[in-house]
Ligand binder design. Structure first.
Ligand SMILES: [Zn+2]
Length: 276
């Protein structure tokens, strides 16, 4: 195995990738090699994203197979909201009883792609917020271009939640304020490494309080565009998380090792993961 390339000046420090779509078909053939490369890059824990009932079941199976290293979320992504079968809520609730499930989600609103009709997205989102509150788990949240609707639905329930993270944050300053006000953590992906569309996030990065910050790859999506040498495949992997850390520490003008300790600590606290 070749050791994954590291960004210059980034020490080998323990990191938590809070958003990995390890159940995606892109990882079907070499998942074990992906995990080995992640370990070599210092990724000590990963939260495997559940995006519908079958993927949440698979995420949990992976967490059982790699106890202490992989943990799972269970939920319905807004893209999948229209396709849910009756009984989905009970199925997610049952999965959430398993100790390896550390959050309800991925849930939220995506009015950018609109793969599910908006009323369906909203109903399934609110039902999962209520479920998370009932079972005392944090929420793993997704928001794209909902024009404030996401926060309008979230805010009345925020006080009942055991916290949460707004993953892959790409919103405005106003969105950031509302997320922080609702007590949410902020997940930063390789979006921040994108010189074409990451400018707003780069500028806002400094405004996120340290105790609310987390980092993630959202693999296989969002390959950091700063990655050198450029891999042959466009597929992102958890082993590229240090590149997100590198850009975030540059935008915040913060020591990368300190920032790593902060984000790792935050993730371990919110999702009750074993500390490094
Ligand atoms: Zn997402």
């Amino acid at each position: 195995m070749t050791t994954p390339a590291r960004p210059e000046g980034i020490p080998l420090v323990p990191l938590v990738d809070i958003g990995v779509n390890l159940t995606a078909p892109q990882f079907e053939n070499d998942r074990d090699a992906v995990l080995m490369r992640a370990r070599a890059a210092g990724i000590i824990r990963q939260l495997v994203t559940g995006t519908d009932v079958p993927h949440s079941v698979t995420a949990l199976k992976l967490a059982h197979r790699h106890q202490g290293e992989l943990f799972a979320t269970a939920g319905i992504h807004p893209h999948a909201a229209a396709a849910v079968e009756s009984g989905w809520r009970e199925q997610i609730a049952r999965l959430a009883e398993d100790g390896a499930v550390r959050a309800v989600g991925e849930t939220g609103l995506d009015f950018n792609r609109d793969y599910s009709p908006r009323p369906d997205q909203e109903a399934v989102f609110v039902a999962q917020l209520e479920l998370a509150a009932e079972c005392g788990l944090p929420v793993f949240l997704h928001e794209r271009d909902s024009g404030g609707r996401f926060f309008d639905l979230l805010e009345p329930l925020a006080g009942d939640l055991a916290g949460g993270v707004l993953h892959c944050f790409t919103g405005s300053e106003r969105d950031l304020d509302r997320a922080l006000e609702a007590g949410l953590h902020i997940g930063v992906t390789g979006w921040i490494c994108d010189e074409r569309r990451g400018g707003q996030l780069q500028a806002l990065a400094k405004r996120i309080p340290a105790e609310r910050l987390m980092i993630e790859t959202d693999a296989p999506w969002l390959l950091p565009r700063t990655l050198r040498p450029r891999p042959k495949s466009r597929r992102n992997e958890p082993c590229w998380l240090p590149w997100v850390l590198a850009m975030l520490s540059r935008c915040r003008d913060e020591d990368p090792a300190e920032l790593a300790a902060t984000t790792t600590g935050n993730a371990c606290r919110l999702f009750r993961l074993p500390q490094p």
